[in-house]
Design a binder for this molecule. Structure first.
Ligand SMILES: Cc1ncc(COP(=O)(O)O)c(C=O)c1O
Length: 347
């Protein structure tokens, strides 16, 4: 089994390579953390307040929400629950339309499932027919991301409805909505009608809480039961539980960041047009830029100038592509000036 190649720990420069919120969390989060008392840190944390706040934000009853130590943990728990081969039974299959969040591949392997990859279309639009064709009676999970990482392309919600109607009994459709705030579209309001769909959310990206690790899964309690058993009972720490309540009480901070992301993407598109680079129009907080044979020069040149952007060339369908975070406008401007400097210096 190959290992996940965690990006190197680079914290000195401008981090535009992990889709993080480089503006950070709401100041209300820092206030909530500063108010934590020694006894609260001494006790195992209560979750009712955080779960209720998340449920209210997402517009669902609290019994449909399962908190996790980052969505990464939720995805691992889902893989453990649905992709472990039963003794003497067929090996469960996970269908993954590519290019996808790499963790789907790694967690499928860790759980012992078989990965069934579906290759992308040239424009990265959702290949519904190919995903349907890849499903078998052994399919147990269909992993979707909406909008997708690393392309930023959204899929039609109707494709999720179709897949939910066609997966075999006992299988689930997982919709990773890590970037849903940026797209303004979610399947969550439909989970009550589709008990075999589980939606994943993170508070790492739009809310800037990646360092605290908190995300959640949303779905029908029965479908979620085996996943809940796979999540350690106290996996979300007391600081994250306090932070999420403070973050959700400050939606102005979120909305300010969403405005910056929209402006940053427009700036990046215009810069690519000027520099002769193509790109994929994104519904997320990053842009996949196609630099072709200039990819290494651009990634390495930016790195040398303290700006980290991510070469995604090795992902299916992404040869010559770089993923660039688009958040705080000043950071985007700095990235663009570095891109211009690198590309003009080598012309
Ligand atoms: C599609 C997708 N899902 C999940 C995650 C992880 O979220 P978390 O930080 O909550 O573990 C990421 C992070 O990059 C992501 O891109």
């Amino acid at each position: 089994m190959s290992h996940y190649q965690k990006p190197p720990e680079l914290y000195e420069g401008l981090r535009l390579h992990q889709n993080e919120n480089t503006g950070g969390c709401s100041p209300r989060v820092l206030e909530a953390l500063a108010k934590l008392r020694a006894d609260q840190i001494g006790f195992y944390p209560p979750y009712a307040g955080a779960t209720d706040a998340v449920a209210t934000y997402l517009g669902v009853p609290a019994d449909r929400v399962t908190l996790a130590n980052g969505l990464d943990e939720g995805i691992m728990a889902l893989a453990v629950a649905y992709l472990r081969p039963p003794i003497g039974g067929p090996v469960p299959e996970a269908v993954v339309p590519e290019p996808a969040f790499e963790i789907f591949r790694f967690d499928t392997a860790v759980a012992g499932g078989t990965l069934v990859q579906v290759m992308p279309r040239p424009d990265f639009s959702f290949p519904l027919d190919a995903v349907l064709a890849a499903m078998t009676e052994r399919t147990r999970v269909v992993f979707l991301t909406n909008p997708n990482n690393p392309t930023g392309v959204s899929m039609p919600l109707d494709a999720i409805r179709t897949l939910a109607g066609r997966v075999p009994p006992g299988a689930v459709v997982f919709v990773d909505e890590a970037y849903a705030e940026f797209a303004g579209v979610s399947f969550i309001s439909e989970v009550a009608s589709y008990p075999n769909v589980i939606v994943g959310r993170t508070f790492s990206k739009a809310f800037g809480l990646a360092g605290l690790r908190i995300g959640c899964l949303v779905g029908s309690p029965d479908t979620m039961d085996p996943i809940r058993r796979a999540i350690p009972v106290y996996s979300v720490n007391v600081a994250a539980a306090a932070a999420i309540q403070a973050a959700l009480a400050d939606l102005d901070h979120l909305n300010g960041y969403l405005r910056q992301v929209a402006e940053s993407k427009a700036l990046l598109y215009a810069a690519c047009d000027r520099l002769g680079l193509t790109y994929v129009t994104s519904d997320a907080n990053f842009v996949l830029v196609c630099a072709g044979d200039r990819t290494s020069e651009l990634v390495n040149g930016a790195f040398a100038r303290g700006v980290y952007i991510r070469d995604r060339s090795s992902e299916p369908g992404c040869a010559g592509c770089i993923r660039i975070g688009a958040g705080i406008v000043d950071h985007t401007r700095r990235c663009i000036s570095v891109m211009e400097e690198v590309l003009c210096a080598t012309r």
